[in-house]
Every structure is written in structure tokens, then in C-alpha cells.
Design a protein around this ligand. Structure first.
Ligand code: GLV
Ligand code: MN
Ligand code: MN
Length: 436
């Protein structure tokens, strides 16, 4: 097969998508090009603009486009045997506030480019090939990540999903409060029961996602590609700490039930237990992060009466993750007692790890060898839509290096060479899997 990835086309599309951002262009001249910081929250006008643009690109390339009730978008190249399960690839185009331009987008535009390049090479697939753009991989708007892929896999209950609360008001004071996914998706033009999103068994015969590594290993070790053998298990929780507020001058220290001081102890507690788990295993696989804290009433001269915080905790080993949570819960009980506060926990998600298909990993390995590309088998520490596609299809992922391992920041960067190579290996894998 005479396959040529059109790097200029792919790069110019990545830059085009980067400019569909709600983050003002940064003037920080210390940042390398490009300087766009990307904010593209699901179902905002900017996200809808990106979706319309992607649809037009795919149709111009001769692919058919369909969307499901939650807005997952399928770009399909019909194979010669419609009775066979398809081969899928794809990722997301939503971006957390003040993010970079490669997270997710490389997998969507790379998937489209892989299909276009295969078509231009004269290849004819037996199985259909699809590039999928998932709705809301990022948890920014509805509090939980991978909503589109969870629904495709049937991992989240359709009614529960529709009740998810729109959390934009937490970051944008002008956003209306009390909206749910049901009303937001409807307003964005995606209607129908979410039950219909779940894929029928065998819909995908194989699934491969291309993504930036979001960590430093490939770059540090000078390796061109990662072949993902498994994805770490993520969990996230929301806490509300209820204390007692009052005047910062008049409420004397012996009588305080400061909710923020209790929250501070919680943050340090979970860090301590994650570090202890790593020390015990001699590894680095447990990670715990408190990334959001809300303080009520939030005034310089007022003792905090209520604090909300989120916890994101991940591990390759679910039992070890559960062990950290058990130790954290014991500390929470002690903090409640000692500080006379009430701490409420709400589980947002507690997911299993995903395992790649040996066959697809072997296929990717053979392609890397044939192409003379250096590669490393590795675990993904970030979660991906592939985590949930793994419940309905054999999966694997291809990672490309990103500079300094940086992601979820505007200075996220992967070289054109890495993007092109990753897309080429993806295309060759799609071709191989489509004709099996
Ligand atoms: C995905 O964005 C993650 O947080 O792993
Ligand atoms: Mn991300
Ligand atoms: Mn991503």
C-alpha cells in the first residue's frame, strides 16, 4: 500500500481547531508556538462550531456522519461487508479550561486523516472504519468524564446520566443554575433516549485510539511511540464539609469549627496515604489530587462555614486504591470528631482499570517493527474514552510523546513528526484490522 499521511493538512486542521477556543489568546511570549490556550467546554457554542466544522470535513472527504442522542459523532467509511463489526478509532475535542491543543484532538483529526490517507491510497476496507468524536470526555461541565463512551459501553445508567447537573455556574457566574444534561443536550440539538446510545454487541470488532502520552516517559527515553497495554483505574469523589462560620475578629479560636481548616487536613491526609501506598509498593502508581475547592462564604473577614472539594484518585491496582480510600475515611472520621464538623462524601465514579487486547497490541507492535519505529509497551495513567470502549470491544491505544510530559496546559506540544508517525501507524492498524 502506498500510504501517505498528509501532514500539512492534518497540522493545519489541528491549528484551525485550536483557534475554536473560548480562552483569549495568551500574550505570554515565553510560551513556544502555538500560543493558543484552548477552552472548549462541551455543548457551548464553541463546541458546536467545532462539531459542525468536523462534520463538514468528513463529508467533504466522502464519509457519512451520524450523531447519537448524546452527540457522539461517528464519521464512517463503509466497508464492503456491512454485516461485519466495524473497526473504530477516535477521541474527544472538548478541552478543559486553559488547556492545550493536542489532548484528544490528535486522535479525532488523526483518525480522520488516517481514513482519508487510506482512501487516497486506493485501499478498500472489508469492515467499515469509523472515527468517533466522543461527547464530554472531560468532566468540566457535568462533573464526570467520558459521558459519551460510558453511555456507548452501558457503564452509566441512561436516566442517571440525564440527571447530571450542569456545573458551568461553578466556573462561570453568568451560567444558568439547575440545568441538567437532559436539557443542555436537547438545547444543543441532541434529543432522544440515552438508552439508544448503548452499542449493540459486536458493533466494533476492534478499537484503537491515538492520543498524546500526557506524561514524560517517551520523550525522556527517546522512544517514538507508546503501545498502551492497560489504562489505570480512575475514581472521583465530591466532599462537603459543614462547619460553623462567623466574624473573623469576634469568633474566638477556642470556639471555631472552621470548615476550611478541616478540608486542609483532608487534602494532606489523602496525599499522605497516596505517598504511603507508593512507598509500600516501591512504585509510583497511586496518584491523588484535590483540584477544586469552594469556600463559603469566601470573604477575607469571615470564618469558612462550608467547603466543597473534589478528589481524583487513580491506580493501576483497584485494591490499592481502595486501601488508600479506607485510610482516608478513617482520617475523615477523626477530623469530624476532633473539629466538630460534618463531612459528606459523594462518589462521582469509581471505575475499573482497562486491559488492552493482546491481538491489537501485537498488531501495533508488528507495524512499528515493519515501519522501523521505536516503541514501548506502557500503561496509560490518564483515563480515556478507550477505558469504556474496552467494555464493548477489544481495544488498544497508541501514544505519541509530548514535550516535557506536559498536558492540560496551553504549552502542551507534540512535534509534527510524532503526530504524523502516530497517524501513520494508526492508519496501518485500521487497514490491517479492517481486513481481518
Ligand atoms: C483525562 O482527561 C484525564 O483526566 O485522565
Ligand atoms: Mn484531557
Ligand atoms: Mn484526552
Amino acid at each position: 500500500m502506498n500510504l501517505t499521511i498528509n501532514s500539512d493538512r492534518l497540522l493545519s486542521e489541528l491549528y484551525h481547531l485550536a483557534r475554536l477556543t473560548d480562552c483569549p489568546q495568551t500574550q505570554d511570549k515565553s510560551l513556544p508556538e502555538p500560543t493558543e490556550a484552548v477552552t472548549r467546554i462541551v455543548f457551548t457554542p464553541r463546541d458546536l462550531e467545532a462539531r459542525a466544522w468536523l462534520t463538514a470535513l468528513a463529508e467533504a472527504a466522502g464519509f457519512t456522519v451520524r450523531t447519537d442522542a448524546v452527540g457522539n459523532t461517528f464519521l464512517r467509511w463503509q466497508g464492503t461487508d456491512a454485516s461485519l463489526g466495524a473497526v473504530g478509532t477516535g477521541s474527544h475535542t472538548d478541552a478543559i479550561p486553559h488547556a492545550g491543543m493536542y489532548d484528544g484532538t490528535v486522535g479525532v483529526l488523526g483518525g480522520l486523516e488516517a481514513m482519508r490517507a487510506l482512501k487516497e491510497s486506493g485501499f478498500t476496507p472489508k469492515r467499515s472504519i469509523e472515527t468517533l468524536m466522543f461527547t464530554s470526555e472531560e468532566p468540566t461541565r457535568f462533573g464526570i468524564g467520558c459521558i459519551g463512551s460510558r453511555l456507548l459501553g452501558g457503564v452509566i445508567d441512561a436516566d442517571e446520566a440525564d440527571k447530571l447537573l450542569d456545573r458551568l455556574p461553578e466556573t462561570d457566574p453568568n451560567a444558568p443554575v439547575g440545568l441538567t444534561l437532559a436539557s443542555v443536550r436537547e438545547a444543543a440539538g441532541f434529543s432522544g433516549s440515552l438508552v439508544s446510545v448503548k452499542l449493540t454487541p459486536g458493533y466494533y470488532d476492534a478499537w484503537v485510539e491515538l492520543h498524546i502520552e500526557q506524561g514524560p516517559l517517551l520523550e525522556r527515553e527517546g522512544i517514538q511511540l507508546g503501545i498502551v497495554t492497560g489504562i489505570a483505574a480512575p475514581a472521583s469523589f465530591r466532599y462537603t464539609v459543614e462547619g460553623f462560620g462567623g466574624h473573623a475578629g469576634a469568633l474566638l479560636m477556642p470556639y471555631r469549627r472552621d470548615a476550611l481548616c478541616a478540608a486542609a487536613e483532608m487534602i494532606l491526609s489523602v496525599e499522605k496515604h497516596a505517598l504511603a501506598a507508593n512507598a509500600k509498593s516501591g512504585g509510583v502508581d497511586t496518584v491523588a489530587t484535590v483540584g477544586m475547592v469552594g469556600v463559603h462564604p469566601g470573604a477575607v473577614n469571615s470564618v469558612p462555614s462550608r467547603v466543597t472539594l473534589t478528589l481524583d484518585i487513580r491506580d493501576t491496582d483497584v485494591a490499592r486504591r481502595d486501601g488508600v480510600m479506607a485510610a482516608f475515611h478513617a482520617d475523615i472520621a477523626a477530623i469530624e470528631q476532633r473539629r466538630n464538623v460534618k463531612i459528606r462524601e459523594e462518589t462521582i465514579n469509581a471505575d475499573a482499570p482497562a486491559k488492552s487486547s493482546e491481538h491489537i497490541v501485537d498488531t501495533l507492535e508488528a507495524i512499528c517493527k515493519a515501519e522501523g519505529a521505536s516503541y514501548k509497551k506502557m500503561v496509560s495513567r490518564a483515563y480515556h474514552d478507550s477505558s469504556f470502549m474496552a467494555t464493548v470491544a477489544p481495544i488498544a491505544m497508541i501514544f505519541i510523546p509530548c514535550r516535557n510530559g506536559v498536558s492540560h496546559r496551553p504549552d502542551e506540544y507534540s512535534t509534527p513528526e510524532s503526530i504524523t508517525l502516530g497517524t501513520r501507524v494508526l492508519a496501518l492498524a485500521l487497514a490491517k484490522l479492517a481486513n481481518e
